[in-house]
Design a protein around this ligand. Structure first.
Ligand code: PHE
Length: 338
């Protein structure tokens, strides 16, 4: 009887192919009414001698079954572990998703490269600026109406008593740089600036400027125009006309707005340039002598030009983008196109 059950168990065990089937088998033999358990039910009807013989044999059987079941269980586990580690060298690879540079960064790197070829070095300045560099040193006295054009976000300073502002332009770097460096000098300062602005397709409360400053003994507007012409020619890879219109900035004298000939229609008139054939891209002028003075230079000893390019404008024209807010919006549907 016992031998028969053992025989049957061996056959059953040989055909088991998973952990689940193994569990079914365990219940079939070792469960409460299992094949190797049933013996114990009838034991009380036997004589003491028989009882101990059958009982011992049955216990032995149960132990054998238990050992074999647990051996088999370990085999299944080992096999699963091995197959999960197996490397299939022929399987197709998993494509890594790769990011790329923001269109503004791409254009900025190109712009820096062009200016560098013209002898300008690029540097950065702080985005949270003290009132002195953002306004006062650039000839905007407190309460001067010129400040209204550049209202901004004000930051309470926890150290010192100087007023802090989110810089409204990159021009504060003019004085910061000249304080520490003497002419002749040629720099550009790309960076983010802030304004209090009701946003629309062409205005945002944060945007980029590229400041430029060139100072030497004899610098004229003609030098400025030549630098602009060369820069835009290289950026748009075609001849671009430059037009200067009289304007006002407290820190330049004379001051002008810089227009370039429309890159879309070559001045025939289109929607982008409002049929006028020109696009405004920068504010500029000859550095006011009081700015030199505020930076620690002697008055009337140096001449220079400065400009501030509205950089998004330029990027938008380069890539045909129609809303400036896309530039800082972080929308992947937009960014993936570049
Ligand atoms: N900083 C001025 C602006 O943001 C632009 C500018 C720069 C004008 C340098 C003149 C010289 O409007």
């Amino acid at each position: 009887m016992i031998e028969k059950i053992e025989e049957k168990f061996k056959n059953d065990l040989a055909s088991v192919s998973s952990l689940e089937e193994l569990e079914v088998l365990r219940i079939k033999y070792l469960g409460r009414k299992g094949e190797a358990t049933r013996f114990f039910i009838g034991l009380k009807n036997l004589t003491p001698a028989e009882r101990s013989r059958v009982g011992q044999a049955a216990n032995k059987l149960r132990q054998k079954i238990e050992t074999q079941l647990s051996q088999r269980k370990q085999e299944f586990k080992d096999r699963a572990a091995v197959s999960s580690q197996r490397l299939d060298v022929t399987a197709p690879g998993v494509r890594l998703r790769q990011g790329h540079l923001h269109p503004r960064t791409q254009a900025l790197r190109q712009a820096i490269g062009i200016f560098r070829s013209l002898g300008f070095s690029a540097l950065e300045g702080p985005e949270i600026e003290v009132d002195w560099y953002n306004f006062e040193a650039l000839n905007f006295p407190k309460d001067h109406p010129a400040r209204d054009m550049q209202d901004t976000f004000y930051v309470k300073s926890s150290v010192g008593k100087e007023d802090l502002v989110a810089r409204t332009h990159t021009s504060p770097m003019q004085v910061r740089y000249m304080e520490k460096n003497n002419p002749p000098l040629r720099i550009i300062v790309p960076g983010r600036v802030y304004r209090r602005e009701a946003t629309d397709a062409s205005h945002d409360y944060q945007f980029y400027q590229v400041e430029g400053l060139m100072v030497d003994k004899e610098i004229s507007v003609a030098n400025f125009k030549a630098v602009m012409e060369e820069f835009f020619k290289q950026l748009y890879k075609k001849k671009i006309e430059i037009r200067l219109r009289p304007s006002f900035f407290p820190f330049t004298e004379p001051s002008f707005e810089v227009d370039i000939s429309c890159v879309f229609c070559n001045q025939e008139g289109c929607r982008v340039c409002g049929q006028g054939g020109w696009l405004e891209v920068a504010g500029a002028g000859m550095v006011n002598q009081s700015v030199f003075k505020n930076a620690g230079y002697a008055r009337n000893e140096w001449q220079g030009f400065a400009f501030g390019i509205g950089f998004e404008r330029i990027v938008m024209m380069k890539y045909h983008i129609n809303d400036i807010r896309l530039m800082s919006g972080g929308d992947m549907r937009f960014l993936k196109q570049f």
